[in-house]
Design a binder for this molecule. Structure first.
Ligand SMILES: [Zn+2]
Length: 459
């Protein structure tokens, strides 16, 4: 009897030791968070200066402009700056109605540094005609002038870093910050299904603001898009690899030929620029959650932008909940270079495909007057879709729970525990279960519900 007691206390000690080791390793994982390497990435100041320099060096095709918007009347006054670069590879013109118009937005969420680097690379490529020519050859061999012809009849408005104030917070150390300088997610601030909150709504991730367009960043983009009337709106994000079209707030794409053509363009883009890995389709269906008040839904639904897109260019799905830099940005120079080059070039691949879209003029018609596509059907609210997603989520949870119970029961049957050792085995089991529970809880915090949410909260 005495022997058994000694044996059991030794076993308890070993189990407790193992438990602490497991907990320590789980904690260790959380401590080693990736940090931005500014030998690879540019700082906010460097990148904006570089953008200015490129525009100044290429005045015949580029113009950079700083716009400043503010909310002075509020109790919480707030101002934001935004740089907009206009690029006309065929030379500046006054009448943009005869050109294909692309409005490209980068750096909407502060923590997605990689997207801003893609914008810089795109501007560098547009400034270098030999790089464009090489691209044309790379895309479909020498001797085909399609890309250059399209480029000459295209005007870009590029916002390299929408959320400058949020980016400042990230560079000051808040690596998980996606919102603007006063805590609003500007991609929830648009007046389309604004303010609708899902059951798992997390204000620290997606606070939509006090009212639609309360935020200078969203208001500035709205003014720009209203005046520019783009054929293509592209909102570039990171957190996963995806090529999204409307709707973000519904789990379906719009009906009709125009939307179907957009889907076909994106499917081709997936093969050309994403190695077939990208999720393609409606943001609301493919991202795993519904997002309300997004710019892409507004551009499509209210401003009738025919190709209204969200590109997700990179994500590390293995990164833990609070390892935000790693989750949204490449951490090695090699991967950084690969992602930046690939997604800067992807714009040219898109340009090649645009003429197949019914809302875009064919190459033979370039230079003639270009009208934005017809008025498109309005979105309808589909609270039902959200309910279906929630039901699926809870079914998955139930299934996990019942599997664990089954394993425990099967284990007990397999190992046929004798009656006399019930007390010892009972004690060991309680410690083991507590240990496993604690580790799962800790790991669950890092990679579980909240982790999934933040990993997916990229749009
Ligand atoms: Zn994002």
């Amino acid at each position: 009897m005495v022997h058994t007691k000694h044996g059991s206390s030794a076993l308890y000690t070993v189990l407790l030791g193992l438990c602490f080791l497991a907990l320590a390793s789980a904690n260790e994982e959380q401590i080693q968070l990736a940090q931005p390497d500014f030998a690879i990435y540019h700082t906010k100041e460097q990148i904006l200066e570089e953008v200015d320099n490129i525009a100044k060096a290429n005045p015949h095709i580029m113009k950079a402009k700083n716009i400043e918007y503010g909310d002075e009347s509020a109790e919480n006054p707030y101002r934001a700056n935004m740089k907009v670069v206009t690029v006309e590879p065929g030379g500046h013109t006054h009448d943009h109605s005869r050109k294909i118009r692309l409005l490209l937005n980068y750096g909407e969420h502060g923590r997605e540094l990689i997207t801003v680097e893609v914008a810089l690379r795109l501007l560098q490529t547009l400034a270098d005609p030999s790089a464009e020519l090489q691209l044309a050859e790379k895309l479909h061999g020498a001797g085909r002038p399609d890309l250059q012809a399209t480029l000459h009849n295209t005007i870009f408005k590029i916002i390299p870093m929408e959320n400058e104030r949020g980016r400042e917070m990230v560079e000051a150390g808040a690596l998980c910050e996606r919102k603007n300088g006063r805590g609003v997610d500007t991609n929830r601030n648009w007046e389309v299904h604004w303010g609708f909150k899902e059951k798992d709504y997390d204000p620290s991730e997606e606070f939509p603001g006090e009212k639609p367009f309360s935020e200078p960043e969203a208001a500035a983009l709205l003014a720009l898009a209203t005046q520019f009337k783009p054929h293509v709106w592209m909102n570039v994000h990171s957190g996963m690899e995806a090529l999204f079209m409307p709707y973000d707030h519904l789990a379906s794409i719009p009906k009709g030929k125009t939307a179907q053509a957009t889907l076909e363009v994106l499917e081709k883009m997936n093969n050309i620029s994403c190695g077939g890995r990208c999720a393609v389709g409606s943001g609301g269906k493919s991202v795993g959650y519904l997002a309300h008040g997004t710019a892409t839904d507004y551009m499509y639904d209210r401003l009738n932008v025919p190709l209204s897109l969200t590109w997700e260019i990179y994500g590390d799905t293995e990164a833990t909940f609070n390892d935000c830099f790693r989750m949204f940005n490449p951490t090695t120079r090699e991967k950084f270079e690969e992602v930046v080059a690939n997604w800067a070039n992807a714009i040219f691949a898109l340009l090649e495909l645009l003429p197949m879209h019914p809302a875009i003029p064919k190459p033979r018609n370039l230079g003639r007057k270009v009208e934005v596509g017809a008025v498109l059907p309005k979105a309808v609210q589909a609270v039902q879709d959200a309910k279906v997603e929630r039901k699926l989520g809870s079914a998955m949870h139930m299934s996990m729970h019942s599997n664990m119970t089954d394993s425990a029961r099967i284990g007990a049957q397999l190992f046929g525990i004798p009656q006399a050792r019930k007390g010892l085995v009972g004690g060991v089991c309680v410690i083991a279960v507590l240990c496993v529970g604690l580790v799962i809880m800790l790991r669950g915090y890092s990679t579980g519900k909240k982790g999934r949410r933040r990993r997916l909260q990229s749009v």
